[in-house]
Ligand binder design. Structure first.
Ligand SMILES: [Mn+2]
Length: 463
């Protein structure tokens, strides 16, 4: 199997220091600058019960992760530009008895010693300390309407701050802004350090897709591919899948969010795999489609080439200054022409007017019903708005987006040529916008017809 040359990082114990402390410090500095005179209060993600006493595996909120690297629940970052202690963390106190059950905690001591907090306190002290700490700031960046109890506690803290201000004469917050306004714009532009982590995510995702291709054969279950993929993510030092893996053989590929992954792969079918590994909080998002028996049929190859050409065209539009929507329009135009080439609609594929017509009247959405791109980073659908100043926003250096055109022909579509029914193809890569043009982070994953065919089944007999 294609083992990446770099060794996986050693496992980290709970409570260990962040591996990207400098990166988080840079993110904090940029956020503090952008806040001006405002303060910001950023909360950890809640724990989510699965059932009984068992929780889902914890994943930190991406905003708190971005600013601090803090991985444990029950934490709050208070950022106050210009204060003596601009970065305060409230975290779970050390508790030997609890730690026996749930793992080691850095505690407030670790928050200052390892995470760069100017001060840190047990989370239980948050609401009693807040009235004092909010003095001197007129605007607070805080996300309302996520947790009613927390909203109520904040309103009380503001009332407490007002009381204190009668003596102090200092400002208290009377304006509230969603932190996303500032923070998500920062998250949208990736630094070199973030791109390095995304490269690691791409690296484990390449290994995972190669392994899935390598064990593919008729009679193999979809979940065997899923297991190989997610095994590779973990084995190579990732935290797991960045989103639920999709492994759809045959017509299952036409169900966009299929993830039961329980059927047997059939000779003569394609299999569509949408899976990306998460590494140090950042995720890749990659789709490949390959023939179960290692050989595209003529018709499958023809359809695959259309999607591939649409994808390459769309990637070429990922340029500084282009509109986000230009990428989608380039893909859609090629796919619509392909729909004519495949006989899904009547018309001359050479006739630009015919192509534009099936886009304009919405018919192309029957076989290509989703967008082509989304931002990528800490979240698989990452932070950042898509429209600005009344239109699609312009791409800038450091943005990372997916490019993922597809063609999906429902198995019961009686208007489609019979041979095409149940065909689903998607090809997705992760692209960085740079001043030198698009940079494809996931380019090493087999994609051309001959590359894909050469990769399928090569691990049979060795697993
Ligand atoms: Mn995607």
């Amino acid at each position: 199997m294609n083992r990446p040359s770099r060794c996986p990082k050693p496992a980290r114990a709970d409570g260990a220091p962040p591996v990207h402390a400098a990166l988080h410090a840079a993110h904090r500095a940029a956020f503090l600058r952008a806040l001006g005179a405002d303060a910001a209060l950023i909360f950890a993600a809640p724990t989510r019960p699965r059932n009984g006493d068992a929780d889902h595996r914890y994943r930190q909120s991406s905003d708190l992760l971005y600013l601090t690297g803090w991985r444990d629940p029950e934490a709050v970052a208070l950022l106050r530009p210009g204060a003596d202690r601009p970065f305060i963390l409230f975290v779970q106190a050390r508790d030997p008895e609890r730690e026996t059950w749930t793992g080691r905690r850095p505690g407030p001591e670790g928050a200052t010693a390892l995470y760069g907090a100017d001060a840190a306190f047990p989370i239980e002290q948050l609401w009693s300390m807040l009235p004092e700490l909010l003095q001197g700031h007129r605007t607070l960046h805080y996300r309302f309407a996520e947790d009613a109890e927390r909203d109520r506690a904040l309103v009380q803290a503001i009332a407490g701050a007002r009381k204190l201000s009668r003596k102090s004469g200092l400002d208290v917050p009377d304006a509230f802004v969603d932190p996303a306004r500032v923070l998500h714009e920062l998250r949208l532009i990736k630094s070199d350090g973030e791109l390095d982590i995304l490269r690691e995510a791409a690296r484990i995702t390449e290994a995972a897709h190669r392994e899935a291709m390598g064990i593919t054969a008729p009679g193999v279950f979809e979940f065997e591919l899923e297991a190989a993929i997610e095994g590779a993510f973990r084995r190579l030092g990732g935290s797991g899948a960045g989103y639920t893996s999709i492994v759809g053989g045959g017509e299952n590929a036409t169900i966009l969010h299929y993830h039961t992954n329980q059927d047997v792969l059939q000779d003569g079918d394609l299999v569509c795999v949408d899976a990306g590994g998460e590494f140090d909080g950042y995720t890749a998002d990659v789709t490949r489609t390959w023939p179960v028996n290692g050989q595209f049929s003529d018709l499958q190859r023809k359809a695959y080439q259309i999607v591939l050409e649409a994808q390459l065209l769309a990637i070429s539009r990922c340029q500084v200054g282009a509109r986000f929507l230009d990428v989608h329009e380039a893909a859609t135009r090629r796919l619509a022409r392909g729909m004519l080439e495949l006989g899904l609609f009547e018309g001359d594929p050479e006739d630009d007017g015919a192509v534009e017509q099936i886009i304009a009247d919405g018919r192309s959405k029957r076989y290509y019903m989703h967008g082509t791109s989304h931002w990528l980073g800490l979240d698989v659908h990452d932070a950042g708005v898509y429209n600005m100043d009344g239109g699609s926003r312009r791409l800038a250096a450091g943005m990372v987006l997916t490019v993922e055109p597809g063609l999906y022909i429902a198995v019961d579509d009686e208007d489609a040529p019979a041979a095409l029914r149940g065909l689903g193809i998607r090809i997705e890569d992760d692209v960085v916008v740079t001043d030198d043009g698009p940079l494809v982070l996931t380019a090493a994953i087999p994609k051309a017809v001959h590359e894909v065919e050469a990769a399928v089944g090569v691990l049979r007999g060795r697993v």
